[in-house]
Ligand binder design. Structure first.
Ligand code: HAM
Length: 411
């Protein structure tokens, strides 16, 4: 026998029992988002590599080492959904619609990361973007919606952290200040952080390395350097979250892995997850449209990992799908008629199954019972009998009338 082929590393199969929980999550999220005026969008699974290089940022881990790229075609499997949604906004002239345009999505994303608990190479994201308004109420509403979804799926051990990154100008100035600070403490930093002082000094806040962490405790904070209008924006966002009664922590060291953020950034973590505790996060990206070649338009949104949401939540008990009719037959010569009866019943809108495994009549009746069938029709030499599995009553009927009983009052 040749070697068995398995699913690629970092991928997984959604088996029928898992599919129910995923569908439940989707229905919950859709209800919450659509009640707030979000409409669904889906973009292609791959995009021009340039979109992510420019949108997500050349210096990010995502672009530098995690993308599945096909160089010959100049395309990349999408590692995230914000840049593609912004591309679609531009491509379809959505600036002409009433702003903000609110869009949500749910699909597969790809990052070549080291697989571990809660971290996959193909994972699913639920996301929501509101484009075209820089009103801080957009930020607060967006965060509240993710909080509402996580609450609705009973996600455990949640924590919300929030911060502001200000504008690119403030950030550039702060970056220089931070770089100067890091250089003066270079000898205590991890090699990786040292190598990235020029490219991405902010990542130093994210480091696991103890020496670096110690240095970062006394580092200057961007949140203390915000321009007055950005500070005010941030205070309005947190004020609105207070009004809504949502608990959060302001964390000035919150770092997101993508470069497009301006002003608000936030992240939900769950202590029910292991090392990969980020359930969902996002923020404002007021400069992204211009980076990908469009007219300026502010945006705010988030994405949450479906696997992590499901891992952190307690799935509701699921009931098996109801079965109205099971068609059993005594001998092979009744198979065609049984087959047709089941097909007719389905066409009439009933859930109906017929024996497909060549079981004996006894075996078929066992199957019908196991599947929780409401009625069982048994086709035999003496005609057709219909059994009501709830009352146990059985009667002889004409095959053509079986369907009239199904879905009606008990026999
Ligand atoms: P992100 O933080 O990179 O943000 O990803 C969002 C969420 O996707 C994470 O919190 C995590 O739950 C999940 N996730 C990310 N990578 C993996 C992985 N390898 N395996 C499993 N789950 C993963 C974004 O992608 C931004 N586009 C969010 C956003 C939308 N910002 C503004 N709008």
């Amino acid at each position: 026998m040749s070697e068995r082929i398995r699913a690629p590393r970092g991928t997984y199969d959604v088996l029928p029992e898992d599919a129910l929980a995923r569908e439940g999550l989707q229905a919950t999220a859709r209800g919450i988002l659509e009640r707030a005026g979000y409409a669904r969008i889906e973009t292609p699974t791959f995009e021009a590599t340039e979109l992510f290089a420019r949108g997500v940022g050349e210096s990010t881990d995502v672009v530098q080492k995690e993308m599945y790229t096909f160089p010959d075609e100049g395309v990349t499997l999408r590692p995230e959904g914000t840049a593609p949604v912004c591309r679609a906004y531009l491509e379809h002239g959505m600036h002409k619609l009433p702003q903000p345009v609110k869009l949500w999505y749910l699909g597969a994303y790809f990052r070549r990361e080291r697989p571990q608990q809660g971290r996959f190479r193909q994972f699913w994201q639920l996301g929501a973007e509101a484009i075209g308004s820089d009103d801080p109420a957009v930020d607060a509403e967006s965060i509240l919606l993710l909080a509402e979804i996580l609450e609705a799926i009973a996600a455990r051990g949640l924590r919300l952290r929030i911060s502001s990154l200000g504008t690119p100008e403030t950030r550039a100035q702060y970056r220089e200040e931070l770089q100067a600070y890091l250089r003066t403490h270079e000898d205590r930093l991890s090699r990786e952080v040292r190598d990235r002082i020029e490219l991405n000094p902010l990542r130093a806040f994210d480091a696991d390395h103890p020496g670096t962490q110690q240095v970062m405790r006394a580092a200057p904070l961007l949140l203390d350097r915000l321009a007055p209008e950005d500070r005010e924006h941030f205070e309005t966002v947190t004020g609105l979250l207070d009004t809504a009664g949502l608990a959060y922590e302001v964390d000035a060291t919150l770092v997101r892995g993508l470069d497009y953020y301006t002003r608000t950034v936030f992240e939900f973590t769950s202590d029910a997850l292991g090392a990969q505790s980020g359930v969902g996060g996002g923020g404002r990206y007021d400069g992204l449209m211009e980076q990908i070649g469009g007219a300026p338009a502010p945006g705010m949104g988030w994405a949450a990992g479906v696997e992590r949401m499901l891992l952190a939540s307690t799935p509701p008990p699921t009931a098996p799908a109801p079965l109205d009719l099971y068609v059993a037959y005594a001998k092979p010569e009744h198979q065609a008629e049984a087959f047709r009866l089941a097909a007719d019943a389905r066409r009439a809108g009933h859930a109906a199954r017929v024996e497909l495994g060549g079981r004996s009549l006894k075996g078929q009746l066992k199957q019908a019972d196991r599947a929780g069938a409401r009625y069982v029709a048994i086709l035999g030499d003496e005609g057709t009998s219909l059994k009501d599995m709830e009352t146990g009553e059985q009667r002889e009927v004409d095959t053509s009338t079986v369907m009239h009983y199904v879905g009606r009052a008990p026999l």
